[in-house]
Design a protein around this ligand. Structure first.
Ligand code: UDP
Length: 315
């Protein structure tokens, strides 16, 4: 006897999805920038139940040398899913899907960077999916672009990713795992929100031309919304650094002024001592001088007396 598995209602008549979201709602997104000490730049993204870590190393010399590009840097991206990231244990060996996603994420990050600034070098972008729940490639690219910014690599723009989907012939935003698997189609994009450029567009499933248009009309504003969160995450991190630097500077200047004050009082004491010494020496000299004068006047008087006596004798 086979049990009939209950089918999830993906979209109610009122337009409510299985997790309570409306059609154009995003899942909750949060970023933590600079979470890894050893990487040049890093970012942990939590997007719904997705948890993804992006780490950036470089720019650094590319090995093997035959892969070096004389006029630009090579963006080497590696997307991996942890064995524990999905309900059924995933084999640790990289699958075709991971290789494909690695390649297309690297290509989508490229237009956001001034790659010509770093000829013959490589910028490594490692992406580890710790927990997957649909839309990992979009979340991964969003986190990777923040990790690149955190590494201090000059960028033309941030890259923002999000997917739309077809649920019961209705276009919805940001599919989770259930919607991704049971829906009619999935359309992920990556977008440069300032340059207004689509750098990745994939389509899996059924979309009519009108549905494509509707999906894009939903995706672009969603990317702009996510971009604001990205900006906030990076500016928050750097304002924290600025505050810490400011505090350090204030502490340093306070310590310096305390030291200066200390050394000034010491110098004053020294000067006073030296002055006192000089004064006592001067008074000693004065006394000696006075004594000398007295002696010499006494001598003069004696001489005068002697000459007077002589003259008296003569008379
Ligand atoms: N998935 C899975 N096992 C795998 C690969 C993917 O369970 O080996 C799940 C995972 O939740 C993923 C979802 O399927 O997020 C959709 O995968 P897809 O290939 O559409 O990529 P994504 O939507 O994550 O960018």
């Amino acid at each position: 006897m086979t049990k009939n598995k209950e089918k999830t209602v993906l979209l109610t008549k009122d337009g409510i999805r299985h997790d309570g979201r409306k059609r154009e709602d995003l899942r909750e997104i949060s970023f933590e920038v600079g979470v890894l000490d050893r990487a040049d730049g890093s970012c942990l993204i939590q997007w719904g139940r997705n948890k993804i870590l992006a780490a950036v190393y470089g720019p650094r010399e590319l090995h093997p040398k035959h892969m070096q590009m004389p006029g630009q840097a090579y963006i080497r991206c590696e997307y991996r899913m942890a064995t524990f990231s999905v309900p059924n244990r995933k084999s640790p060996a990289p699958k075709r899907r991971e290789k494909e996603i690695s390649k297309l994420l690297g290509e989508a990050l490229n237009p956001a960077l001034f790659t010509y600034l770093y000829p013959r070098s490589v910028i490594d972008v490692f992406i580890e999916v710790l927990q997957a729940d649909g839309g990992t490639r979009c979340a991964a690219i969003t986190a990777a672009s923040l990790a690149l910014a955190d590494a201090g690599i000059p960028m033309k723009d941030l890259v923002t990713g999000v997917a739309a989907g077809n649920l019961s012939e209705k276009i919805v935003l940001d599919l989770d795992d259930v919607e991704d698997k049971e829906g009619l189609g999935d359309l992920p994009i990556a977008y440069l929100p300032n340059l207004e450029k689509v750098v990745l567009l994939q389509s899996d499933g059924i979309f009519t031309p009108n549905q494509y248009k509707e999906a894009l009309d939903m995706l672009v504003p969603a990317c702009k919304k996510i971009y604001q969160l990205q900006r906030k995450a990076i500016t928050d991190k750097y304002s924290q650094i600025n505050e810490a630097v400011q505090k350090d500077l204030e502490k340093e200047s306070k310590e310096k002024s305390a030291k200066d004050k200390d050394s000034k009082t010491k110098d004053d004491k020294k000067d006073k001592k030296a002055d006192d010494g000089k004064k006592s020496k001067a008074s000693e000299k004065e006394e000696k001088k006075k004594k000398g004068l007295k002696k010499s006047s006494r001598k003069k008087d004696d001489k005068k007396q002697a000459s007077k006596e002589k003259e008296a004798k003569k008379d």
